[in-house]
Ligand binder design. Sequence first.
Ligand code: PLP
Length: 446
Amino acid sequence: MTNIFHRSLAHDYPTAVSGQGIVIRDSEGRDYIDASGGAAVSCLGHSHPDVLKAMHAQLDSLAYAHTSFFTTQVAEDLAAMLVEDAPAGMSHVYFLSGGSEAIETALKMARQYFVEIGQPQRRHFIARRQSYHGNTLGALAIGHNAARRIQYAPLLIETHHVSAPFDYRGRAPGETPEAYGERLAAELEAEIARLGPDSVIAFIAETVGGATAGAITAPPGYFRAVREICDRHGILLILDEVMCGMGRTGTLHACEQEGVVPDLLTIAKGLGGGYQPIGAVLAQGRLVDAFRQGSGLFQHGHTYLGHAVACAAALAVQRVIQRDGLLAQVCARGQQLQGLLQQAFADHPHVGDLRGRGLFWGIELVADRASKQWIDPAHKLHVRIKREAMAEGLMIYPMGGTVDGTCGDHILLAPPFISTPDDLAQIVERLKRALNRSLAAVSVYS
Ligand code: PLP
């Protein structure tokens, strides 16, 4: 019996009772290796002593003070740390309670910026197909996750979508990655021209695509071309690093590896590592100045933004990552994970593509490798894989609709940064068993 309106009303959820390191234990005493960090959240694993200590200390002094009355030192310290390590020109941080709120905030901040500088005619957002930016109505409109979006379509603000970089399925035979990137950038430019350049507010993209298509990375030069196009038309570039940011791909911000600096950058999940709900928007000083010289007020706000315990948790998480050199560890472990995945799946008849960066990996499943034909979505393979993985004591993040929102399946892995080589080996071993049992059950093995 439950009184919780659970995500699925057809599913019985085990009760999680404790977490230690990369393992969560349920009320039956079963252990689960958290190989996806929930949904790319738990970068330090569970019950990290330094984070718990910082949270306890904050609780003992002040849990919460509404941000229309006060600032807090812990929020100031976290903002200062984030700005210090931010891409060039970022000067301010707006704190929220999660990823969707961060996206809503970035959309509104971008719109109000143009109102402040006397360009109120700008009203369009351009985003990418097969993206995910959150489940609130604005974020859902910007995103392109068909399953999550379709029944709300009549309520969503008009958004314009262009192709996302999807090397495995989108790059033409014989086309170089660079040429592919140029083609995608040209598509964006054509869409801007169609809408009228001075009517566009921003282009928004996940730096590394996460939940919808599974760790898709951009071809070399793509983001630099996008940045140049946005600049030429006075359009803002919003990068969504809610999932791929805060060290997940081996640099603090994924955009560092693309050689671009966005105007607004959204972060969440790995910011607080799941110890508290927290997200943020990092903003370029130029934008903040426009607000300061204009109305002086960002017309926005939520009750819990800048929550003191959430800021304390995030500050502790980020200090541990810095102190323990965990970004370098993400790179090293990422290479190990890539090697293990290749060993396990490079010749697997139903693994079409292995892709990713750092400790952020996607495995795309197919019925046939040569044709890249997907497995019939009626099998709901991703649902089965998640169930089989849980039976193996393994948390992973499988998803359907990889190809076009309806067809295709992938598995996302995002293990904690503290994972050891042995942990990674166990993850891949359990994953292989769960995957093969799932594939056998839907009889794709002929
Ligand atoms: N943006 C991206 C790239 C995400 O992956 C997610 C969640 O998965 C969100 C936004 C929404 O974040 P939240 O679930 O915290 O609202």
